[in-house]
Design a protein around this ligand. Structure first.
Ligand SMILES: C[S@@+](CC[C@H](N)C(=O)[O-])C[C@H]1O[C@@H](n2cnc3c(N)ncnc32)[C@H](O)[C@@H]1O
Length: 302
């Protein structure tokens, strides 16, 4: 009964709340979720959808069979593996970063099964190693291995959670190897990271890029029958996770606003033809970036 109520209140009772367009509620929305850059997608998600994605992220990072059992991660490539040719470029970039910065203490965000962890802890400059990962299974796996590092004065600690769970001013440098594309809130990531670094803190991030070849691959997948319907059902069950690859422009914006300057950018994993053109000295301008599939950025606090 609303007859005795003022008009404003009675209307509130009968008029349904306007329904906003939900990115995760239609196949078109899912296509946009996959294709658009991360920061646009994050702006378009409703709070309820953000909760679903957080649930999907937690699930992906802890329950996917190869994440739940670290010995299965990346086909068994981990801390104990000898050189893996697929990861060699990242390992070389990491060594070059450690050689340049020579940090005494390093935090690795999302070490996984630690293929690159060994390179960090064995670097002569590094005395203290901190790992933070949302997946406790990875950290237990690493614990057994880190305990046997026989470097004089070497210490380590393992933190289950995110960068927000680290103490302030705790390390000289941070590395994120294939991790940023799993984290939707990049402003928060870099802002919180800035507080955890001893000034001037250094960061190395290596991740897949979100340019032409990523779009091309996604469009091919999307045009396969059933792909979007499957992802729509997964999204609504809280099983869709963040795999939003990175773009340089967004890195520039988030690092700048968190007090970092980007001091080095390298693009990799180009098609052979593009590499050949670049090798022949053809000036490719932004095409070099747009045809890359991996990007390494290094930044330092100003
Ligand atoms: C693709 S794996 C990369 C593992 C490792 N860095 C490598 O290159 O082999 C992503 C890692 O990030 C972790 N991760 C995902 N989201 C995270 C977050 N918000 N904070 C910390 N770790 C996270 C996952 O549990 C996983 O260990």
């Amino acid at each position: 009964m609303t007859a005795g109520l003022p008009l404003r209140d009675s209307r509130r009772d009968v008029v349904p709340a306007p329904r906003r367009f939900g990115l995760l509620s239609s196949r078109l929305g899912i296509a946009l979720y996959l294709l658009l850059p991360n920061h646009w997608v994050q702006k378009c998600l409703s709070p309820e959808e953000q909760v679903l994605i957080r649930k999907g992220n937690q699930r992906h990072n802890t329950q996917r069979p190869d994440y739940a059992d670290p010995t299965q991660y990346q086909g068994g490539t981990g801390y104990d593996s000898l050189i893996d040719p697929r990861r060699e470029r990242s390992r070389r970039r990491l060594v070059a970063f450690l050689d340049r910065v020579r940090p005494a203490s390093v935090v690795e965000i999302g070490p996984g099964s630690g293929y690159l962890t060994k390179t960090i802890v064995e670097h002569p400059a590094v005395c203290r190693y901190v790992a933070v990962d949302v997946n406790e299974a990875f950290l237990s796996y690493l614990d057994q291995r880190l305990a046997s590092v026989s470097k004089p004065g070497f210490t380590y600690s393992l933190v289950t959670g995110t960068v927000d769970d680290l103490p302030a001013d705790c390390v000289d440098a941070a590395v994120m190897l294939s991790v940023v594309h799993h984290i939707p809130g990049r402003e928060n990531l870099f802002r919180e990271l800035a507080l955890r670094l001893k000034r001037p803190g250094h960061v190395l991030a290596i991740d897949p890029t979100h340019y032409f070849l990523r779009w091309y691959k996604l469009i091919r997948k999307i045009s396969r029958g059933g792909y979007l319907s499957h992802h729509l059902a997964e999204a609504q069950l809280g099983k869709l996770s963040t795999h939003a690859m990175c773009q340089l422009s967004k890195y520039r914006a988030v690092t700048q606003s968190a007090g970092f300057d980007i001091v080095r950018v390298e693009f990799d994993d180009h098609p052979r033809k593009v590499r050949r053109l670049a090798g022949a000295g053809v000036p490719l301008g932004p095409l070099w970036r747009w045809t890359s599939q991996e990007m390494a950025i290094e930044c330092v606090q100003h």
